[in-house]
Design a protein around this ligand. Structure first.
Ligand SMILES: [Zn+2]
Length: 456
């Protein structure tokens, strides 16, 4: 009896230990995990009943089964059923409209997704997640039409496009170009109308622009802007570097810049300043001048820019400069992205058109550099200034003296480097300095568009 009692006590202890152990094992073993599978949908809320909805399922123990059902109030379709267990921790399923069903009459469908993992939890049944999503069926593409645009665009130059776009569930409107840049259109005159300036960069051999409207269901409408392309041949300058230049201006700049710290070789200093420093300075310029307001604009009528009274042109916009030194060809290259004008020393620089001062600092080779935002994605910059009279956050009035010309930065003589940018792209300043060009290519297009828009 004693032994038996002792024995049964021992067996009881072993049994208890086994149960505790099993519970412990089940509680902590990955085989018995208790987490539901996690679902992610490629898009929710709207569906064009055409593009697949991608459902990603994640679970640490893998997936035992997956099922997706689409239902209207009257009908129901099993669109995906997968009962093959898989150890993969992430799987993606594509939900397509039920076979043979091209349209649904219902305004919305319910997508039910059920996923069970491979966990042994729940009497080996696993953890099941069942989710329901309501998707508004939208099979209509956005309505898009171009109202007006400039007749032509010149290589390195600017143009305008005005268009109408509408959709009850519009997601995005943009203007895509052949060179990767996307222009952002600003609401224009009346609800549903938009306008944007466009720019053909001087380094690009061709140009095209396409307005793309996309709604939240994934329906897309595209319309290409019918611009006539006009080539313009830019100068290629072969420049021989002189010792005086390398020992003078370049040595002076190399002392100032972080990028040339520890570099003693004069040609190397020049190369870094002409390429790396320039790229860093222009990156700042491009960032600042890429912004466009999303507020409705009702007019845009700039006066021809005349930044430096009696200024004579001393270097062209778009000049492709190739440098050599004592028989070493093509040491470095750069594009000159503005128009150089010179008059007297410390000549008075004017903001012909008023604008917000969005930058006013020293910027490397550009020297003291105020940048003005004239609205509608149009910016002007004024490089190499001696004195600057405006600060970031100021509003410059039309005709106000904003700075004095100088030779700060990479400049050999006192001059103004005058740059114009359209949404972060440098364009030919000559166009915006010419009243006839502005009228023919920009303001008359706006006037025509306003007549059309206001008649509707
Ligand atoms: Zn310049």
């Amino acid at each position: 009896m004693r032994r038996g009692r002792r024995g049964s006590g021992f067996i009881g202890w072993v049994a208890t230990a086994a149960v505790v152990g099993a519970i412990g094992f089940m509680a902590f073993s990955p085989m018995f995990e208790r987490e539901d599978p996690k679902l992610t949908l490629s898009h929710e809320g709207y569906w064009n009943f055409k593009e697949p909805i991608r459902v990603s399922v994640e679970d640490s123990s893998g997936l035992k089964s997956f099922k997706a059902t689409i239902a209207t109030p009257h009908e129901s379709w099993d669109v995906v059923e997968d009962n093959t267990p898989s150890a993969e921790t992430k799987k993606t399923f594509e939900i397509l409209p039920p076979k043979g069903v091209r349209r649904v009459e219902a305004a919305s469908v319910t997508l039910t997704v059920e996923a069970t993992d491979r966990s042994l939890w729940g009497l080996f049944m696993g953890n099941t997640l069942k989710e329901e999503y309501t998707l508004v069926i939208d099979q209509r593409r956005p309505v898009l039409s171009i109202v007006a645009n400039s007749y032509k665009i010149q290589k390195g130059g600017s143009a305008i496009v005005i268009f109408k776009a509408s959709d009850p569930h519009m997601e995005s409107l943009k203007i895509q170009t052949n060179y990767g840049k996307t222009f952002i259109a600003q609401p224009f005159v009346k609800e549903g109308y938009y306008a944007s300036l466009l720019a053909w960069p001087v380094q690009e051999s061709t140009f095209s622009a396409t307005v793309v409207a996309r709604d939240r269901a994934g329906n897309e409408t595209k319309s290409s802007v019918p611009l006539r392309l006009k080539d313009h041949v830019y100068r290629v300058s072969n420049i021989e570097l002189s010792d005086a230049f390398l020992d003078g201006k370049i040595a002076e700049l190399a002392n100032e810049y972080e990028e040339t710290a520890g570099v003693d070789d004069r040609l190397q200093q020049f190369k870094i300043i002409n390429e790396t420093v320039r790229a860093n300075n222009e990156k700042i310029i491009h960032q600042i001048t890429s912004k466009v307001s999303n507020k409705l604009i009702s007019d845009f009528n700039p006066q021809p820019f005349y930044p430096l009274p009696n200024g004579q042109k001393v270097a062209d916009f778009g000049d492709h400069r190739i440098y050599s030194y004592k028989g070493q060809e093509n040491i470095s290259q750069a594009y000159h992205m503005g128009l150089d004008l010179a008059s007297v020393q410390m000549g008075s620089i004017n903001a012909t058109n008023g604008g917000n001062v969005v930058f006013s600092q020293m910027n490397g080779i550009y020297g003291n550099l105020p940048i003005l935002d004239h609205g509608f994605g149009l910016y002007t910059l004024y490089g190499h200034c001696s004195d600057v009279h405006v600060q970031e956050g100021d509003v410059a009035a039309a005709g106000q003296e904003i700075a004095k010309s100088g030779l700060s930065g990479y400049a050999m003589g006192d001059h103004l480097h005058f740059g114009i940018l359209v949404q972060g792209i440098e364009v030919r300043p000559e166009e915006w300095m010419d009243a006839k060009w502005i009228y023919d290519n920009i303001t008359s297009v706006i006037e025509n568009a306003k007549l059309i828009i206001n008649q509707r």
